[in-house]
Design a protein around this ligand. Structure first.
Ligand SMILES: *Cc1c(COP(=O)(O)O)cnc(C)c1O
Length: 361
């Protein structure tokens, strides 16, 4: 088998141990004689799988009482519509912080249903920073305040959690979910598409404060209604059974790795190694993000000489380092180093970057 380190932004690398376990259980899950893909979602086997996944997730994040865990479909993008459609209630507007590509899409979609007050934006400096919370122009009557804790494409991460101030906090945590400790009690709703830090695509995980349920518009399609899914424990219709199974294995793996706390310290070490390499290259590589806001999940960087990009990617591939090309809207390089990326992979990348700079600098 080819040994590669996969720095894809998503769908992204999964823990090797998880894939190996899924492989060993592929044809026969725990003596059931069935693959997880072939099971009834209402059978006792799958009920055990989804129950364990929820239990482990609650434990990992110490989810307080009064929160529902939902396993839905439609990706994180579906939440750009579902959040306003479910949480607006009789309010007229929502607050959104604009820190990049994904925030912008949240704004665009919410505008279809209500007024959107962009409380702060860092577009003036190409999303290189998170505007200081004191400067936000918040509306005390907003239905909620939405922000993106990690901008996967730009490589920008919030180093703080905004305060609720009586307006429920909603967070798109797709690309840094379970990568660091969070106090779930501070949030009205957290959502995360699975294919970054949880498991295969086709699944989105939500933690929602029960008090926020029941505000959906009456004409809302049933499948878009949080209350429907909450009442049915994510079993109103057939959920994404296989992605939920893999997510459950990832949650168990996380527990073995010291939980979210253990992950957070490893993620800090991994990101530190890459940003240090960039810093030490004396301008050969650069990060356009202000230091306090550099993402620990998606390390975005440029080469001083853009004409070297192609050979950087080619040489990297020869060294088993793949999917390092940046997103087309920002260009340059992007190393996504989610939970499942081992420190060894980051070390190999850092030393490759040093060698490449020495040869071409
Ligand atoms: C990937 C991503 C999305 C979109 O996820 P889909 O599952 O493709 O809809 C939204 N927000 C963030 C922060 C992301 O990283």
């Amino acid at each position: 088998m080819a040994k590669v380190y996969n720095f894809s932004a998503g769908p992204a690398v999964l823990p090797h141990e998880v894939l190996a376990q899924a492989q060993s259980e592929m044809l026969d899950w725990h003596g059931s004689g069935m693959s997880v893909m072939e099971m009834s979602h209402r059978g006792k086997e799958f009920m055990e799988i989804i129950h364990d996944a929820e239990h482990d997730l609650r434990e990992l994040l110490q989810v307080p009482a009064g929160y529902k865990v939902l396993f839905l479909q439609g990706g994180a993008s579906m939440q750009f519509s579902m959040v306003p459609l479910n949480l607006l209630g009789d309010k007229q507007s929502v607050d959104i912080v604009n820190t990049g590509h994904w925030s912008k899409l949240a704004v665009k979609e919410a505008r279809r249903y209500c007024n959107v007050n962009v409380v702060a934006s860092s577009e003036d400096r190409n999303f290189a920073y998170v505007p200081a919370e004191e400067t936000w122009q918040r509306d005390p009557n907003a239905a909620y305040l939405h922000y993106t804790s990690n901008e996967t494409i730009g490589g920008l991460q919030f180093p703080f959690v905004p305060t609720e101030q009586g307006v429920p906090l909603v967070c798109d945590m797709s690309s840094d979910f379970l990568s660091r400790e969070v106090d779930v009690g501070k949030f009205g709703l957290i959502y995360a598409g699975a294919q970054k830090n949880i498991g295969p695509s086709g699944l989105v995980v939500l933690l929602v404060r029960e008090a926020l349920l029941g505000r959906a518009r009456a004409d809302l399609p049933t499948m878009l209604n949080y209350q429907v899914h909450a009442d049915a424990d994510s079993m109103y219709n057939t959920p994404a059974t296989y992605p939920i199974y893999i997510a459950g294995l990832v949650f168990k793996w996380l527990k073995q790795q010291g939980g979210v706390k253990g992950m957070a310290s490893r993620n800090a070490e991994k990101a530190g190694l890459l940003y240090h390499t960039i810093q030490a290259s004396e301008g050969f590589y650069s990060s356009h993000i202000d230091e306090p806001f550099r993402s620990r999940m998606n390390v975005v960087f440029r080469l001083r000489d853009e004409s070297l990009e192609e050979s950087f990617l080619l040489e990297a591939r020869k060294n088993g380092l793949i999917q390092l090309k940046g997103h087309r809207v920002v260009g340059g390089m992007r190393a996504s180093i989610y939970n499942a990326m081992p420190i060894e992979g980051v070390k190999v990348l850092a030393s490759f970057m040093q060698d490449f700079a020495r040869q071409h600098g």
